[in-house]
Write a protein of this length. Structure first.
Length: 417
């Protein structure tokens, strides 16, 4: 049992709906970053801010990195408590199960820079991206903790699921253009666009999952589990973004972006359905020592298929005054997927630079039914030649502790020229 708990915590906190990290520095503000991004980063957040003559920067391989992993139920404090017990009593089991909803769910996202170059009102860049999610039905955990206490358990994809995706983007952005023919009483509005060629590295998705465990005095135990995992290696795709920004007041900037326009990856190199089937019928306690179940595995080559990137809308505002700045972002996906979800998320960011070369940042992202709330802290060192910084983010705790239901970190290095 303890080994299972250990595996679950590692899986959900280290490999654990989703929001993709676009750039490492966004973690400094818990993703309230749409109007803060300049230079190369603006192509990923709002290309309208690729303004000629304002920002020239260089990304180096691996130094602009972001990663987060979280789950909806367990923390390291619970794990340490369970592992310290010689035996789990009824109260311990209820403690574990009481922390769960219908499933033990976890998610992760990571982004690593490859190279980037911002110049004039354009940028060209590349990064590596990875996302994943996993869900384990609460009924499975109940079976492991308490044994077969119900006459029937039914499992499906809504409570038990696994999916992952990795890809490389090559992104070109261009912006800083003024929207023409606006009335004189409307402040100038900038716009820009970015286009990303996507190279799919690999993907996995639970295509089908059906399971049942039934017991009765007359017929013993019946078990059936049928799983189909769709896997892919090698693909190509595209996604676009358009962004707008304006300064209605001297210290206030507002903006809007629409991301994942025509977003997709088409997998066409190695595409397979991995099928697993477990069956057992009329099993009694006396049979458990034998091979009481049958297992069949098969691999089926399938044709090319696509992973969609549904559109995502983001609204933002940024207020800047001397050494302080405050921002807020609201993001709304139009469909649940590995890269988006249809529940809106609101985040806030703040930066203070009482010492000009040592800016400090704070971010807060409010939780919802699909995402835990999170708080982040960052510190940077700034000079005329560039900036370097580190940030950490905690899930459902104000600061990172054993009560955190996840952890996140971000780093960045920007060279000005």
């Amino acid at each position: 049992m303890k080994k299972f708990m250990l595996l679950s915590v590692i899986l959900l906190l280290v490999v654990s709906s989703l929001s993709a990290i676009r750039t490492g520095k966004s973690i400094f503000y818990s993703n309230s970053y749409m109007l803060r991004a300049k230079g190369v980063e603006a192509a990923y957040w709002n290309p309208a801010n690729l303004v000629a003559g304002e920002f020239y920067d260089l990304w180096l391989p691996g130094v602009n990195t972001g990663f987060w992993a979280s789950n909806n139920s367990l923390d390291l404090d619970t794990y340490n408590y369970v592992m310290s017990e010689d035996k789990l009593d009824e109260a311990d089991k209820q403690l574990i199960l009481g922390k769960l909803d219908n499933s033990l769910r976890g998610a992760m996202s990571g982004n690593v820079s490859i190279l980037g170059y911002g110049f004039s009102n354009m940028s060209i860049s590349s990064s590596f991206n990875i996302l994943g999610k996993v869900a384990i039905s609460k009924d499975y955990l109940n079976l492991l903790l308490n044994g077969n206490t119900e006459s029937e358990y039914i499992f499906d994809k809504t409570t038990t699921d696994v999916a992952a995706l990795s890809f490389v983007d090559v992104t070109f952005g261009m912006g800083g253009f003024n929207v023409p023919y606006l009335p004189e009483n409307i402040p100038p509005i900038r716009f820009g666009f970015s286009a990303s060629a996507l190279a799919g590295v690999g993907g996995i998705n639970t295509e089908e999952y059906n399971g049942i465990i039934r017991r009765s005095v007359d017929s013993g135990l019946y078990l059936s589990q049928d799983i189909t995992l769709r896997t892919a290696v090698g693909g190509a795709g595209f996604k676009g973004m358009i962004g707008f920004a304006s300064n209605p007041l001297p210290d206030l900037e507002v903006g809007l972006t629409l991301d994942n326009i025509f977003g997709f990856i088409k997998w066409n190199m190695v595409t397979e359905d991995q099928k697993f089937s477990f069956k057992a019928d009329s099993v009694y306690v006396a049979d458990i020592g034998d091979d009481f179940y049958t297992q069949t595995n098969s691999t089926e080559d399938i044709g090319s298929f696509s992973t969609e990137f549904p559109p995502e809308l983001r609204l933002g505002a940024l207020w800047t005054h001397k050494i302080y700045s405050l921002s807020t972002d609201y993001v709304q996906g139009f469909k649940n997927s590995l890269v988006t979800n249809n529940v809106g998320r609101l985040s806030f960011g703040a930066q203070a630079a009482p010492i000009s070369w040592l800016p400090l940042s704070f971010g807060l992202s409010l939780g919802n039914s699909q995402n835990p709330w999170r708080a982040s802290y960052g510190i940077s060192f700034r000079s005329e030649t560039g900036e370097i910084g580190l940030a950490v983010q905690s899930f459902e705790t104000l600061i990172p502790t054993y009560k955190s239901k996840g952890i996140s970190f971000g780093s960045f290095l920007r060279i000005n020229y």
